[in-house]
Ligand binder design. Structure first.
Ligand SMILES: Nc1ncnc2c1ncn2[C@@H]1O[C@H](COP(=O)(O)OP(=O)(O)O)[C@@H](O)[C@H]1O
Ligand SMILES: [Mg+2]
Length: 265
């Protein structure tokens, strides 16, 4: 059986520099695959090459039995690739409901399946249902990430691609301090509350990915820096260094030695 997504010898340039030097990876139907590696090794560039945000200069990408590397990003989305880019890709001035409708409108589905899709994302992310009429911009970083994932799910992808879904939720110490200070300025919550809240939101995303994995209704390719998160949710992993995959395998083979050699700074 052939893979759902097959990336073969992909090379991608940005501004005349070779960023990807022959990336090979595959994702099978229903699998959760983690793409790992230190900062700047080409993880986001790999995802953008798959989704069509960046043109590839060599290599092939096939998805669901079709060659897609020359298709537009729209055509790749229609073929069944849902993409949640790095950062908080939501409309801050639209309500949560309106943000979700954008996901539904893209696929012009009938009302019944609208409701089924919405019910599904509300069961994965209950907080969204509670806050439907609030503006996207008032959500915390973790809640915005949940909204972005929910919106992508409403397009019913066969493959969901997530770029650092917990980034900004479990931030580095420095960011954490900055964030906490900002939160403390605008509200009365304590630093301990803010930290507990962040942990809770990251756990919600972890459990949503686990739930999706259990259903095996779609495949997930996720970029993630946090090794524990990857071990908890993934079936297999790929680790990149300087524009290529250097090691891959079943998630059980992601040992501390592998982490030390390929992933730690
Ligand atoms: N728009 C850009 N212009 C120039 N260089 C870029 C751009 N985007 C990424 N790069 C370079 O490409 C390399 C890989 O970046 P990226 O794929 O974002 O890494 P990762 O997601 O693994 O942190 C980095 O060295 C980065 O500096
Ligand atoms: Mg990145």
């Amino acid at each position: 059986m052939s893979a759902l997504l097959q990336v073969t010898s992909v090379e991608t340039d940005i501004g005349g520099s070779r960023i990807l030097r022959g990336v090979n990876l595959e994702v099978n139907s229903g699998e959760v695959v983690a793409l790992m590696g230190r900062n700047g090794v080409g993880k986001t560039t790999t995802l953008k090459s798959i989704t069509g945000m960046l043109p590839v200069r060599a290599g092939t990408i096939t998805f669901d039995g079709q060659r897609i590397d020359q298709l537009s990003p729209d055509a790749r989305a229609r073929a069944g690739i849902g993409y949640v880019p790095q950062g908080r890709d939501i409309f801050p001035h639209l309500t949560i409901e309106e943000n979700l409708r954008v996901g539904l409108v893209v696929h012009r589905r009938g009302r019944a399946s609208d409701q089924a899709g919405l019910d599904r994302v509300f069961s994965l992310f209950p907080v969204l249902k509670e806050m439907l009429s609030r503006k996207g911009g008032v959500l915390s970083g973790g809640q915005q990430q949940q909204l972005a994932i929910a919106r992508a799910l409403l397009t019913k992808p066969k493959l969901l691609i997530l770029d650092e879904p917990t980034e900004g939720i479990q931030p580095s110490i420095i960011e954490q301090i900055g964030d906490t200070l900002k939160k403390l300025k605008t509200s009365n919550i304590s630093e301990a509350d803010a930290t507990a809240q962040s942990r809770h939101e990251a756990a919600e995303i972890t459990s949503a990915v686990k739930e999706l994995r259990k259903e095996r209704a779609l495949a997930i390719l996720l970029v993630e820096q946090y090794v524990d998160f990857c071990r908890e949710v993934s079936d297999r992993f790929y680790a990149m260094d300087r524009g290529a995959v250097v090691i891959s395998g079943e998630i059980a083979t992601l040992t501390d030695d592998v982490v030390k050699k390929h992933l730690q700074v």
